[in-house]
Design a protein. Structure first.
Length: 94
């Protein structure tokens, strides 16, 4: 019983650490690339989904488990590709 519990704890630690690193990377890239003159909708979307480390981790966790959708239920990939162009689509596919 304890061996199985130990494996489960390490799996959760691995998932959380991977989600944390990926969320930090995504949040940093999105906030650095997003220009100041971006539309209000894009700023609201990035603030809702990637505004803080916790929200960014939650968005990444949703992408791993439930599907990548924005706060309003629309696909997050469509929004990000519209604002960041072909670079995002290539990085997403690869």
């Amino acid at each position: 019983v304890f061996a199985g519990l130990r494996i489960l704890v390490w799996a959760i630690v691995l998932l959380l650490s991977f989600t944390y690193v990926l969320a930090l990377l995504t949040m940093t890239i999105i906030h650095d690339i997003l220009p100041d003159d971006t539309e209000q909708d894009a700023k609201y979307l990035t603030q809702q989904s990637f505004g803080s480390v916790i929200w960014s981790m939650f968005t990444m966790f949703r992408c791993f488990t439930d599907g990548c959708s924005a706060f309003d239920g629309t696909p997050l990939q469509v929004h990000l590709s519209a604002y960041f162009g072909e670079f995002f689509m290539v990085a997403y596919v690869v």
